[in-house]
Write a protein that binds this ligand. Structure first.
Ligand SMILES: [Zn+2]
Length: 78
């Protein structure tokens, strides 16, 4: 049996992003937000990130999404 060196290359690739989703490095994807206008919690199954526009399902207000922390986005009413 011969052990090939290119096995190391594959391992390097997998180790690139430990403990995080490997398809979107650095980009925070939120799965919900609390509406600043009416305080309703809005789950977003598809997820959203900074630069997106989200709409509160309770009061219908649209918000621009800004990146704030890893847990909560910052929202500004449009
Ligand atoms: Zn609302």
């Amino acid at each position: 049996m011969v052990v090939r060196d290119d096995r190391d290359v594959d391992l390097d690739d997998d180790d690139d992003e430990p403990g995080a989703g490997s398809d979107r490095p650095k980009k925070i994807v939120y799965s919900e937000f609390d509406c600043p206008a009416c305080d309703a919690n809005n789950p977003y199954d598809d997820g959203f990130s900074a630069g997106a526009i989200v709409r509160c399902m309770t009061c219908g207000t649209d918000f621009d999404v800004f990146e704030a922390t890893e847990r909560k986005p910052r929202l500004r009413e449009k």
